[in-house]
Design a binder for this molecule. Structure first.
Ligand code: FES
Ligand SMILES: [Fe+2]
Length: 331
């Protein structure tokens, strides 16, 4: 078995990872963990997010237990205050005229906001944040959801998000019931926006709870779908209904540690904006819960070697993702 060592991977640290929603840092402090390391997030006086280690350089108190006032983060222990770019701007115990020690500044990491999400990159970024051009299309609205913690390895989440053969078994309580278990031959291709994956058509059950999402009251609806990944751990799923309605999902998995991950999803829709956003995503949330319950039964990290697990034709996309992900880790 190829045991992935994600936690110490330099390659993974050179990519952007979602650790919070923009609303979670208003103004902070907000503590997060990425690849086993703890960080604190807060907004500086200009409203820009700062991401630094969640350890005070003075006596290692967790800065995420501190307070933010006027864009400065104060440590809960002796009140040292940190401003834009993590600069230490105040040591309350120091007498007038005594300078702040230069090593009191925090070593911050790169942080960006995109699509209502906070993305951090602990290393030198080698690739941009995964694209979502639709975010600037005025015909579409964006609906964000909470960032949650799932007790499963992020690799197993990506594998699941690329997999449609579990639909009739895991999603029986939502849309999966009408689907035949056979999966049509998957042809992988480069999709738009830098994603790699496949397109397919399904007839899905359209129960009452799904009708807000599908925009149809028929018992079953035809959907043209695409599912693709952007390395390392982002999956995009697009759904186009017969009615012209499009429903696009960004599925985010971030490794907190080997077996715990952040999960959130973002939805873009070209509907008439009449139905409140939280009602539109109720159905997607229920689907996500079905995946979480299944995935949290799997233990440990997912082996990444091509022959470690038995795979079939229906697993083609996840096998290709695993191959590229494993070689990215080795690079
Ligand atoms: S530990 Fe933070 S100010 Fe002392
Ligand atoms: Fe699923």
């Amino acid at each position: 078995m190829t045991k992935p060592d994600l936690m110490s991977s330099t390659a993974l640290r050179a990519h952007w990872h979602v650790v919070a929603g923009s609303v979670d840092v208003s103004p902070g402090p907000h503590g997060v963990t990425l690849l086993g390391d703890d960080y604190v997030l807060w907004r500086d006086p200009e409203g820009r997010i700062v991401a630094g280690p969640d350890t005070c350089p003075h006596r290692e108190a967790p800065l995420s237990s501190g307070t933010v006032a006027d864009g400065c983060l104060s440590c809960p222990y002796h009140g040292w205050a940190f401003g834009g770019e993590g600069r230490c701007v105040e040591v309350p115990s120091a007498n007038d005229g005594v300078p702040v020690p230069p090593r009191a500044n925090l070593s911050t990491i790169s942080v960006e906001e995109a699509y209502g999400l906070v993305w951090v990159c602990p290393g030198e970024p080698v690739a941009p944040i995964p694209g979502m051009a639709i975010d600037s299309d005025p015909n579409f609205r964006r609906i964000n959801t909470e960032v949650k913690v799932w007790n499963v390895a992020s690799t197993r989440m990506v594998d699941n998000f690329l997999d449609i053969s579990h639909f009739p078994f895991v999603h029986t309580g939502t849309f999966g019931g009408a689907q035949p278990p056979t999966v049509p031959a998957i042809e992988l291709e480069d999709l738009d926006g830098g994603y790699h994956g496949y397109r397919y058509e399904v007839v899905a059950k359209n129960p009452d709870e799904a009708q807000i999402t599908s925009g149809s009251s028929e018992p079953e609806v035809g959907r043209v779908m695409s599912t693709g990944f952007c390395l390392p751990l982002t999956v995009r799923s697009t759904v186009a209904y017969d009615s012209g309605l499009q429903h696009i999902l960004l599925l985010v998995s971030t490794p907190i540690d080997e077996v715990t991950s952040y999960f959130t999803f973002v939805v873009w829709r070209n509907d008439d904006f009449d139905v409140p956003g939280d009602e539109v995503i109720e159905f997607d949330k229920a689907i996500g819960e079905e995946d979480r319950v299944m995935l949290e039964r799997l233990s440990g990290e997912m082996p990444l070697g091509q022959t470690d697990l038995v795979s079939v034709q229906a697993d083609k996309a996840s096998v290709e993702w695993r191959r590229r992900f494993a070689s990215m880790l080795e690079a």
